[in-house]
Design a protein around this ligand. Structure first.
Ligand code: SF4
Length: 298
């Protein structure tokens, strides 16, 4: 099922935002309830209506901007739930609106099951998190939102906490993992995901504050292997297997579609190429193949 941009505005101004400026600054009328329903009904009738992942048989991905800022968000969530029974609704949110306990309860009720909410957390405290979102107070709201989601989620609902690694956040990984273990170890039905940032949207422009190659990103993940082992479920997105310690490779997912993956010539001799996400064409062009080497045995 397709990726659906539920709303084009966002209250955060994240340094690695994957949205373009033109998307965020465009008019919002096409994201309101009636326009969204019209588009989705056309999609269900077989008319091409969405740009990304239309052929994906798995989840209906609800993205933004910040979906929960749409004034029609709860009605839209209930509509998508009703029109896709049994399919996973996968919501990507900055988590801030869920600091309102009543809003969190209403969203979890409307999302039904299966329903997952993915929320990025960028640091273990206000200074480090808010430096990435560039909005003072966002850490406090996002952490409160996560606490509400954990408190009120039901069977069939999953919380995913994302740690997006780039030059401005990679130093936060260890403290962030310790925070998550302290806060949420006692709960079931959740996972943590560490992912290397994508060179799309604003992040594609690059900057010295943002640019980080995969080798340095994977080194930070490898250094945290003892902490990662303590999580019930932990995933790694966008990391080539050869850059990861062997003990972490089973946690790596092929997290990008074929058109966003690139395999340099060295990969031809690799025993695990079939289960490796490789590099991205843009990452290859900007950072080269440093550190990539064939794995000899599965
Ligand atoms: S050599 Fe290529 S295919 Fe093999 S693990 Fe590294 S990036 Fe993946």
């Amino acid at each position: 099922m397709p990726d659906i941009p539920v709303w084009n505005k966002c209250g955060n101004r994240c340094v690695m935002c994957a949205n373009t400026v033109s998307f965020n600054r465009g008019p919002s009328a096409r994201y309101r309830l009636r326009a969204q329903i019209g588009r989705f009904e056309r999609y269900l009738a077989g008319v091409p209506a969405y740009a990304k992942n239309a052929g994906n048989p798995a989840a209906l991905n609800l993205t933004g901007g910040e979906p929960a800022q749409n004034p029609d968000f709860l009605k839209l969530l209930a509509y998508f739930r009703k029109r896709t029974p049994g399919r996973e609704l996968a919501l990507l949110s900055n988590g801030r609106r869920f600091c309102d306990a009543d809003f969190a309860k209403a969203a979890l009720l409307a999302g039904g099951k299966p329903f997952s909410v993915a929320v990025p957390l960028h640091g273990a405290g206000p200074a480090s998190h808010d430096a990435v979102t560039r909005v003072p107070g966002s850490f406090r709201q996002t952490l409160a939102g996560l606490r509400n989601l954990f408190a009120y989620k039901r069977p069939g609902q999953t919380v995913e906490i994302r740690l997006v690694l780039h030059r401005g956040s990679v130093k936060n990984l260890g403290p962030l993992l310790r925070l998550l273990l302290r806060e949420f170890s006692g709960f079931g039905g959740w996972r943590a995901v560490a992912l290397h940032y994508e060179l799309v949207g604003r992040a594609a422009r690059g900057s010295t504050a943002l640019d980080l190659g995969l080798e340095a990103s994977a080194a930070a993940v490898n250094a945290c292997a003892p902490l990662i082992k303590k999580f019930g479920e932990f995933r790694l997105y966008h990391f080539p297997l050869c850059l990861l310690k062997p003990v972490l490779r089973a946690k790596a997912w092929v997290s990008l579609p074929p058109e966003d993956r690139a395999y340099p010539p060295a990969c031809g001799a690799c025993a695990v190429k079939g289960s490796c996400v490789g590099l991205t064409p843009r990452g290859l062009a900007r950072f080269g193949t440093a550190g990539v080497r064939p794995v000899e045995e599965k």
